[in-house]
Write a protein that binds this ligand. Structure first.
Ligand code: NDP
Ligand code: KPL
Length: 308
């Protein structure tokens, strides 16, 4: 039986573990001990309890586990490389990895440094934790799998089939880089502003916020063009990116964005994974990015204030 290791037992990691466990061998790996009896609340409000095989990184070194078929990394973007480093000595260097992070920080770095295949997943599944033994699956959405250089289409197909068997709507795609950058554009336009002002996504439609969104999207659209990233619908243009972002704001008006959840929990945000690649690209292509830099600085200041 294919075994899946899931490194990072947070919202996505536990949702994945609950979904895969009935049909596959699953090991959930964290840096601290987790209860083996875990609860899931479905989007329909049903509650399920399941025993999951949960180990700490330290226990993993002494436990005799079968070699994993896949290692899913489900930490936040900034933690992915360090988390992988902690387990790298106990898995073959050819083990397929699956990166579930938003942004575009961990994906190119781990793809360049890992010997084995590195698949990337982008998902609009929504999940959040309510405690050490419970995850809420807030909403369903599609998941796309691929690798940055399109070298492993069969592996992506095989994983998408397993995830589909586990109840995800998953597809293998040949354009995962495009999809990761498209999501990055949306996250850059929405997440920093709502996190800084501590508002739900829908508030961006009002007052001075909407002009800030437009100004951010203007910078992002030029960067996307320079990176060769098309908006999912329509031709490359500022108008198409604006339409996309405003549609997501509308669809998620009542959402508390992930970056706002991080700010409220006083955790580091994923600003380096979301704003970082855009600012780097702007610099490389000599494009303006004053709005993005201002958002990044303001978020850094906010994080420093609550970290001290
Ligand atoms: N939640 C969602 O709905 C979605 C999330 N994503 C993306 O998925 C990624 C994960 O998000 P999410 O699950 O919400 O994040 P969480 O903060 O809920 O989970 C992150 C987990 O990683 C663990 N972790 C951190 N460092 C290590 C380490 N060195 N070794 C092992 N585990 C570690 C944390 O453990 P500890 O508790 O000890 O801190 C925590 O359990 C992010 O990039 C996010 O943007 C994408 C789409 C939807
Ligand atoms: C699309 C959006 C902004 C929805 O809240 C999101 O992906 C997030 O919160 O990270």
């Amino acid at each position: 039986m294919i075994s899946h290791w899931i490194l990072g037992p947070g919202a996505v990691g536990r949702l994945l573990a609950h979904s895969l466990a009935p049909q596959f061998a699953v090991t959930l790996i964290g840096r601290r001990a987790l209860l083996n009896e875990q609860r899931l609340t479905t989007p329909e409000g049903k509650r399920r309890v399941q025993r999951l095989n949960a180990l700490t990184v330290n226990q993993l070194a002494s436990a005799s586990q079968p070699v994993p078929g896949f290692v899913h990394i489900t930490t936040k973007a900034m933690a992915a490389e360090a988390a992988l480093e902690r387990i790298a000595s106990v898995i073959p260097s050819t083990t397929p990895l699956v990166l579930w992070q938003n942004g575009f920080l961990a994906q190119p770095r781990i793809t360049d440094s890992w010997l084995g295949p590195v698949l990337c997943a982008t998902t609009t599944q929504g999940a959040y934790l309510t405690g050490d033994d419970e995850v809420v699956h807030a909403g369903r959405g599609p998941t796309f799998i691929g690798d940055l250089h399109n070298r492993h289409p069969a592996l992506a197909e095989a994983l998408a089939a397993m995830l589909s068997q586990a109840g995800f709507t998953a597809s293998a795609v040949g354009d995962i880089r495009q999809r990761l950058w498209q999501k990055l554009a949306i996250n850059a336009a929405i997440n920093p502003l709502v996190a800084l002002h501590e508002v739900h996504n829908g508030v961006l439609r009002h007052g001075a916020y909407s002009a800030r969104v437009d100004a951010v999207v203007k910078e992002v659209a030029a960067i996307m063009q320079a990176e060769g990233i098309q908006p999912p619908k329509g031709k490359q243009s500022e108008h198409a990116w604006l339409a996309l972002v405003w549609q997501v704001v509308e669809n998620t008006a009542n959402n508390k964005a992930s970056m706002l959840q991080d700010v409220e929990a006083r955790r580091p945000t994923e600003r380096s994974a979301i704003l970082g690649p855009l600012m780097e690209s702007a610099k490389r292509h000599q494009l303006p990015c004053e709005e993005l830099v201002a958002l990044d600085l303001a978020l850094a200041k906010k994080e420093t204030a609550y970290a001290s």
